[in-house]
Design a protein around this ligand. Sequence first.
Ligand SMILES: [Zn+2]
Length: 235
Amino acid sequence: MHLMIVGAHCGDGELQAGAIAHKYAEAGYKVTFLHLTAGEKGAPPHLDTEVYRQQKIAEAEKAAAILGGMSITLSHRDAELEFTAELSKEVATIFRTEKPDFVITHWVNSMHPDHAICQKLVQDAWLKASLPGFELDGLPPHGIRRVFHSENWEDMEGYEPDIYVDVTESFDAYLEALSCYWFIMNSGSFRYYDYYKALGTTRGCLGRTQYAQTLQNSKGLHVRREGHIPGFQTT
Ligand SMILES: [Zn+2]
């Protein structure tokens, strides 16, 4: 089984679902973090963006190793992601090559355009990868079983978690992985480490466990088609 986490920038996937990733890696799942861009535009003052891009790719590889996964960083530019057929085909090709069983990505709304475009690309590439009639370098079609959305402070408009995953056993590894990233530990614009450590605690309280990370299904996936109201039989 293969879990793939797709984020707009190096760091997003780890922040959102790093502890979930570690939990599944420990259980024997293959885990891959796919970053559409390095997220190089938030460079610290002493580095230019190209140097910072390389630094972030290295940070992503280190974080993925701690979480028991692999890291793939594409070469698209931070803050310039566009929803194009070409990029969707690139992601669909990765889906057909890597064959993830389930995927976690951003929620549908975000204050960061790259995040919203990322999840849209995942949804589109999910369809393209599965269609037998869609030609992609001769690769056979691949059906991802489910796509879930995870929690990011920039993507909270309309985000209401419906799955709380107990990540108590993975939380130390999660915090260690987060500490690999300069921006998580040193950003002057947002206290990433403090926020996500507290979020894991808060979600743990609500999930009735020590630490938790949450997911939300795509709209419509909880629809039930039955002959009666669930739990209230008429016959
Ligand atoms: Zn981001």
